[in-house]
Design a protein around this ligand. Sequence first.
Ligand code: AOF
Ligand code: ZN
Length: 343
Amino acid sequence: MNDERFIRRCFELARLGAGAVSPNPLVGAVLVHADRIIGEGWHQRWGEAHAEVRCIASVSPENQALIPYSTLYCNLEPCSHFGKTPPCCDLILRQKIRRVVVANMDPNPLVAGKGLDALRRAGVEVLDGILEAEGYWLNRAFFTWITQQRPYVVLKWAQSSDGFLGKTGERTPISGAETLRLVHRWRTHCDAILVGARTAELDNPRLDTRFFPGKNPLRVVFDTQGKIPASHHLLDDSIETWVFGKPVMKGDFRNTKFIPVEGSVEVPTLLEALKIANKAILLVEGGAHVLQQFVDSGHWDEIRVLENRQHLSNGIAAPKIPENAVLKQDFRCGADWVRIFAR
Ligand code: AOF
Ligand code: ZN
């Protein structure tokens, strides 16, 4: 069906905003006249123009007379509120567009149906719910952020084919180069990355995105016993970093914040701090103890497991996939397997 085809194109465009719009949704828009695309746009950056605005602005002068006779496709209900940008609905009505097709309603209480209502009241033909489930999956972090008012939590680990994260007490590379790039892509798409003290100490990770173009998310590390050496990458102040539990270190830190805590860091405490800082997507990269803490407390939305053919026979056991996890995606990446579970 053509409506589905053009909504799929909206999804493709929307994905181009990944990593740059959070906590806003990923939104793409397409303007179609007689089965021909005459305009395309997507929400490119938080605080900047919405997809519909860019789409309409992209129509070439010779096609502008066709706008009122075209259908606007958008994966999210056009907004009806004044936020950082004016309402997209007003623009649609001003342009006299008579047909609008969307995948998902906007759960933002400022919009929540008011956008489509305004269009319908003005006589626009509105069709909603096209590829709704795909649209929901695309914007799962945004829907969680709005409806549950907390960051979306992704747990990630790499394991051997016999279920070990690594050998005890030594850095064990598991996945290959292609998977490393994939992980760096995932990092660019999230707002914060967390590791525990043992991983930070043993692996000396940079937690940056050097193998994929995009932004560096906030680095978060639990270090309640102050074990991370000052010379480690996580304390190099090169990227915004939160260190939970370590007594404030001396030095000229601009990007590193030391957050003193007594005892261990509870997951809800971290999630609340991230929420206040507008960080809507958290990637938890280990180690075993921290991952288990999230699994046991039920604070996870998605689990991404990278597995290779290596046999380790012993070492640190990978967490068990919870029983309520549903396999959503399953693909090969280089010599590794990637499995993505959600609830
Ligand atoms: C749309 N098209 O491309 C996006 C929408 O602060 P603002 O003005 O950017 O508004 C952000 C809210 O607008 C966001 O929470 C969501 O409800 C909606 N996002 N709506 O019509 C878009 N990104
Ligand atoms: Zn809008």
